[in-house]
Write a protein that binds this ligand. Structure first.
Ligand code: NIG
Ligand code: FE
Length: 407
């Protein structure tokens, strides 16, 4: 019997590992001219240049390429019906996202189209979006509900998301985002929050359809008091907490997420530097969504310098959705995080590997090339990892491995 299932020799590893006290390693955690062994779907061993290599069932010559952890898109809304191309035209004419939302467009129009779509239509469209992400090297993706806004329709979206995970060689984490907008059946936000707390969360928890619960804490979404009610019930059902916070204004939703020991505070363009230490103390990850910033032509930049200063992990995700980020490319988000937010390519790569894993509560098993971690890997024909951020659609993976298996 072979010592390892898979041996990849003659490669450079951008390991993205941390030091024992949780600091990122310099220079992508690079291990040059190395070989790595995979066994039982996990990373088993590393071999320096002159080491004796183990026997392997499958042996791949890396030809001097680079291996990174599989890419992780930790914030998407990829199951929806219809599209919002007309609103794109309106925004180009100068009507703001908030104004379109107040006029009944925005999230409400996608909710209508999503409810009207058949399961088959939703599945086919979602699969195409997932295919685009997977082709770029994505091996783990978070999928939120939030375009159903009733128990029946939120359940339907989360079931479709779980099914995508079962049918594809990719890990899917699901998040209930019932508190995304007010559904048309309700005229009062507090009554809808009652419905979420009394019926939607308990049922979804019982069906085990969600790993986390998210909210849209915003003037056009829900207040911090309403979001706190959602978080309290989520915690009672042992569901992790996330928040769309400080996207369009500073309601202090990030502080609320931190107070509830949430996994991540997402968007955060309007987060104040003085509120950043609270994220650090709570272990909450800052999720940067440059695709939405780009599509809405936002001006307000997230407080990157303060996040760096306080060593808050910064994840980068697509926010793939029909309104504010119609972008099925995590590689483009990596580029945008550098160009628009000033991340270094190393920070950007950490943002879609190690720190994205943390934003999903998977930091112990995904996002780093370390012994015992899941063997989710991408082999690239590149000369340096900065190439992954520098260009748009200039290079694709040579091979992708999910849990040690070639995809
Ligand atoms: O992450 N901010 C709220 N939710 C989405 C946008 C949803 C939509 O416009 O359909 C976001 O940007
Ligand atoms: Fe979002």
């Amino acid at each position: 019997m072979s010592e390892v299932d898979l041996l990849i020799s003659n490669v450079n590893l951008a390991s993205m590992i941390e030091t024992a006290d949780g600091q990122p390693m310099a220079d992508y955690g690079t291990m040059s001219n190395t070989s790595m062994g995979i066994k039982g779907g996990k990373i088993h061993s590393f071999y320096p240049p002159a080491a004796t290599l183990p026997t392997a069932t499958t042996h791949i010559d890396g030809n001097g390429g680079w291996i990174t952890p599989g890419l992780i898109d930790c914030h998407t809304h990829l199951v929806w019906g219809g599209n919002r191309a007309r609103e794109f035209e309106w925004r180009l004419q100068g009507i703001s996202y908030e104004e379109i939302s107040r006029r009944g467009g925005g999230i409400a129009s996608t909710v209508k189209a999503t409810r009207e779509a058949s399961d088959e239509e939703l599945k086919t469209a979602a699969q195409q979006r997932l295919n685009s992400l997977m082709a770029e090297g994505v091996t783990c993706v978070e999928i939120k509900s939030g375009y159903g806004l009733s128990l029946q329709h939120e359940t339907r979206l989360l079931r479709i998301a779980r099914e995508l995970g079962n049918k594809n060689a990719v890990a899917v984490q699901t998040t209930l985002l019932a508190a995304h907008a007010l559904p048309p059946e309700f005229s009062d936000k507090d009554s809808y929050i009652d419905e979420i707390c009394e019926h939607i969360i308990p049922s979804i928890a019982e069906l085990k359809l969600a790993d986390a619960v998210d909210v849209f804490c915003e003037g056009i979404g829900f207040s911090t008091q309403q979001c706190q009610r959602v978080f309290s019930v989520a915690k009672a059902y042992n569901l992790a907490i996330k928040g769309h916070v400080e996207q369009l204004s500073d309601l202090k939703g990030s502080l609320l997420v931190a107070k509830n020991a949430g996994l991540s505070a997402d968007h955060i363009e309007y987060l104040q530097a003085q509120d950043v230490p609270a994220l650090k103390s709570a272990g909450t990850v800052a999720v940067l969504l440059p695709g939405a910033f780009y599509a809405l032509k936002e001006q307000q930049l997230p407080p990157i310098a303060a996040l760096r200063e306080h060593a808050v992990p910064m994840a980068v995700a697509t926010d793939l959705n029909p309104g504010t980020s119609p972008q099925a490319s995590l590689r483009l988000a990596m580029n945008q995080a550098c160009v628009l937010f000033g991340l270094t390519p190393q920070e950007s790569l950490a943002g879609v590997t190690r720190d994205a894993a943390k934003a999903l509560g998977l930091g112990h098993c995904k996002g780093q090339l370390a012994v015992g971690f899941d063997a989710d890997l991408v082999l690239w024909d590149i000369g340096h990892p900065s190439e992954l951020c520098y260009g748009v659609n200039l290079c694709q993976p040579r091979e992708v491995f999910y849990l040690g298996r070639r995809r």
